[in-house]
Write a protein that binds this ligand. Structure first.
Ligand code: CTP
Ligand code: MG
Length: 246
């Protein structure tokens, strides 16, 4: 069984979504809350059996209403998140139903994820037996600086990959990695970093350039344009993998 954990408990401070008290995942993009796009992509991905949605405790009821409006066929478990992303994923992992073999972690902040990418990463993780993540080769020349003023060195960009979600892990490996991080007091901004510390192999899967993370206001405009374009094309990305109605 494969369950997706969707961290959506951030408040989106860098997005500055106006004066409204709306957490980032509930900000509307192309007529739908950001998290709604993610949930629908997961619904339309046959390998996903259920979704653990991690939400801010301050806005639980709004997320409940959002899920009701989506009326998904797959089971959704709502869990309250923690202080940072890692804590939120950890809480999500505590809610995994027994029998979960594979976990797909996907941020609510990446509303453009497609079933094709979710399946590609899942297949790669299963093939290698441990984990895989979506990532993009770095298009820019990369400088390292110790102080943000002077360049210390130029890195070989052929060795640099920009991590995205989805990230897929064997459930027991991801749980062990989080437990170790917790006991070591180690924090990171993605789950692969925690699994790297376990020494387990993690495959890179070519991500999608459109699978952007909404962080700043300009990202919102870009995501809106891309999702509108996708809607106009009749959601062709999703149709090939659509399951039959439940
Ligand atoms: N996240 C979470 N719990 C937190 C913080 C973040 O579940 N305590 C989630 C966010 O909801 C998002 C993902 O982790 O889907 C990536 O985080 P980020 O893009 O940084 O979102 P925010 O933390 O909401 O944004 P900001 O850092 O600007 O406040
Ligand atoms: Mg954040």
């Amino acid at each position: 069984m494969t369950i997706s954990v969707v961290p959506a408990a951030g408040l989106g401070k860098r997005l500055k979504s106006g004066t409204k008290d709306v957490p980032k995942a509930l900000v509307t993009i192309a007529g739908k809350p950001m998290v709604g796009w993610v949930m629908e992509a997961l619904e339309q991905t046959p390998i996903v059996d259920g979704i653990v949605l991690v939400v801010p405790s301050s806005h639980r009821s709004e997320f409940e209403r959002c899920c009701q409006a989506l009326a998904l066929c797959k089971p959704v478990w709502l869990v309250e998140g923690g202080e940072d992303r890692q804590q939120s994923v950890w809480r999500g992992l505590q809610a995994l139903p027994s029998g979960t073999e594979w976990v797909i972690v996907h941020d609510a902040a990446r509303p453009l994820v497609t079933p094709a990418l979710l399946i590609a990463v899942w297949e790669a993780a299963r093939e290698i037996g441990s984990a895989a993540i979506a990532a993009l080769p770095c298009p820019d020349t990369v400088k390292r600086s110790l102080d943000g003023v002077l360049i210390a060195e130029t890195l070989d960009r052929q060795q640099i990959w920009l991590a995205q979600t989805p990230q897929v892990f064997a459930a027991d490996l991801l749980l062990a990695a989080h437990e170790k991080a917790l006991s070591d007091g180690f924090t990171a901004t993605d789950d692969a970093t925690l699994v790297e510390r376990m020494g387990a192999p993690i495959r890179l899967v070519m991500g999608e350039p459109t699978n952007l993370k909404v962080t700043y206001p300009a990202d919102l405009l870009l995501a809106e344009a891309l999702l509108q374009g996708r809607q106009q094309k009749g959601s062709c990305n999703f149709e090939a993998n659509s399951p039959s109605p439940c």
